[in-house]
Write a protein that binds this ligand. Sequence first.
Ligand code: SAM
Length: 298
Amino acid sequence: MTFDSLLVREMQRLSTTLPALSPVITRSVLRFDGAHHGDFPRWRDAIDALLAGDAAEPALRQLMPWRKGPWQFGELHIDTEWRSDWKWQRLEPHLAPLSDRRVLDIGSGNGYFGWRLLEHGAAAVIGVDPTLLFCMQHLAAISLLGPHANWVLPLALEELDVTTGFDTVLSMGVIYHRRDPADHLKRLFAHTRPGGELVLESLVVDGTTPLLPHARYARMRNVHIVPTPETLCCWLEEAGFRNCRVVDITPTSTEEQRTTDWMQFESLAQSLDPRDAALTVEGYPAPCRAIVLASRPD
Ligand SMILES: C[S@@+](CC[C@H](N)C(=O)[O-])C[C@H]1O[C@@H](n2cnc3c(N)ncnc32)[C@H](O)[C@@H]1O
């Protein structure tokens, strides 16, 4: 099998599982080419090498940086920038049973949580993420682990113009990157079936008012608003969700997000004030994240 035949097989499987997604599947396939990212040919060659049975480590290193994980492929351990398993441990006890549920994961990255959701009983997980490298990492995982009901499409939420109601919708680590959080939640609502559940995870600040970073937040240029947990619940109510529950608030530690052998760029430690780790280098409160669950009424 080659990368091209793997892609065709995966998209055919998805189309059979969720025929309503066919229009966006067609659009997604066209994104897997050199016109959408200059590094694409190198990434495709790496997956071709995996499919040919070559040593996994050199091929997977071509797909660096690995941000979400960790991963275990046989003997090979990929120590990713994020201990996403810690986020999963905070979320899992609060998730409704997923048996037979179809899950949509917005901003899925490389599909890490999709594998955890399948273990938790989900029937199928569709991730969408516009970053092509993360979609390639997902296909690398599929080429090593075999076909599963876990897909990642190279799309932004705003491009998902189909009206399939998912049983569970996740948006983790995305809303503070959006200029219009109300629009983001409106779209999440539209993708949640009546009676379905939303998982929203966001950076949050303590206090009574959201933070509007002046230029950067923890050196990120694309953080537009950091809400309070109460603001998140108000936004959710305004979008039509009910029964909002803040189930977890955890400061992000430099053990949870850090430079590793598989993500060699600077990480959280370099975004904190060296004299006071409670502050970012810009003087804002250091990153803290909340998980909120909510339901779409029947
Ligand atoms: C901070 S990461 C979070 C990844 C993962 N959900 C997690 O919680 O660890 C944000 C992800 O959202 C993706 N993203 C950014 N804008 C998006 C959009 N408009 N629609 C879907 N995903 C988006 C990025 O490519 C990135 O992978």
